[in-house]
Write a protein that binds this ligand. Structure first.
Ligand SMILES: C[S@@+](CC[C@H](N)C(=O)[O-])C[C@H]1O[C@@H](n2cnc3c(N)ncnc32)[C@H](O)[C@@H]1O
Length: 258
């Protein structure tokens, strides 16, 4: 336990751009009572379970799209290239988000400015860039802090091919530093995808910043909302009408800005 904490500390110490994130984590460890988890996960899973729809229903409701074509069929060569890039990556960085949903939303909005938090292999970046790439000036700004102790820094975003990278700005920082930097680069965004710090406090810190930057009619999308009640609380705060997408036992949340 102590050995593992020491390794995490060393990992952070080797990365000066993450010192502020480290300080935040130390404060949490020293004053745990001030950061009582508000997860209430069972309650949130019930809430999601009662209202979720599948991807095709949600895309139809939001965009009018009648059927969902997998990205692998829409872009077979680029898809294969990305898959090969993942296969040759020596580090496991977990699964991808709902790529057809992200692509479909970006296409419907004809998005020009998108912010996402959390990159890992870069599958969500890949899906968004496939859409943004079609529009002159299309820009994706992504923020990501690598997984502590996995030494995956050089591989973050590795599935994104060179041909899509001119529309991409990757900020390699924790949310607390990276998100303010990302927001300085754009005045308004058409779409955001939150998929980084999954804690209640992390979400409740970042969600309002993204919401504030979203244009009227823009889509706010958050991954893994079943982890805690943050998405539900935030939807109530902004008086939004939450849409829940269920896929493979996981839930994504969407709010459309009025
Ligand atoms: C689930 S993965 C992202 C997957 C990606 N969005 C996709 O769908 O392909 C989460 C990523 O967020 C990063 N992350 C976790 N906490 C973070 C934080 N506080 N700030 C920035 N990135 C963070 C993780 O290291 C990981 O790279």
């Amino acid at each position: 336990m102590i050995h593992s904490k020491l390794q995490t500390l060393l990992w952070f110490l080797e990365r000066p751009q993450l010192y502020r994130e480290l300080m935040g984590r130390i404060v949490k460890q020293v004053f745990p009572r001030s950061f009582k988890p508000q997860d209430r996960q069972q309650e949130m899973l019930l809430w999601c379970g009662e209202r979720y729809l599948d991807t095709s229903r949600v895309l139809q409701q939001l965009t009018g799209l009648e059927s969902v074509t997998p990205l692998a069929d829409l872009f077979p060569d680029t898809w294969q290239n990305a898959t090969q890039r993942q296969e040759s990556c020596p580090v496991n960085m977990g699964g991808a988000g709902n790529l057809e949903l992200l692509y479909g939303c970006a296409e419907y909005l004809q998005a020009l400015r998108v912010i996402e938090t959390g990159v890992a292999y870069g599958w969500s970046s890949f899906a968004l860039l496939l859409s943004l790439h079609n529009r002159p000036g299309g820009q994706l700004i992504s923020t990501d802090m690598p997984y502590p102790k996995r030494n995956n820094d050089p591989y973050v975003g590795c599935v994104v091919p060179e041909s899509l990278r001119s529309n991409w700005h990757l900020i390699r920082c924790a949310d607390r530093q990276g998100l303010p930097q990302a927001l300085k680069l754009v005045e308004q965004i058409d779409l955001c995808h939150y998929d980084s710090d999954k804690s209640y406090e992390g979400r409740m810190w970042a969600y309002p910043l993204l919401w504030e930057a979203l244009r009227p009619g823009g889509f706010f999308i958050s991954d893994d909302i079943g982890d805690n009640v943050a998405f539900r609380d935030f939807a109530a705060q902004v008086q939004g009408d939450p849409i829940v997408v269920g896929q493979d036992g996981k839930y994504m949340g969407i709010l459309v800005k009025p």
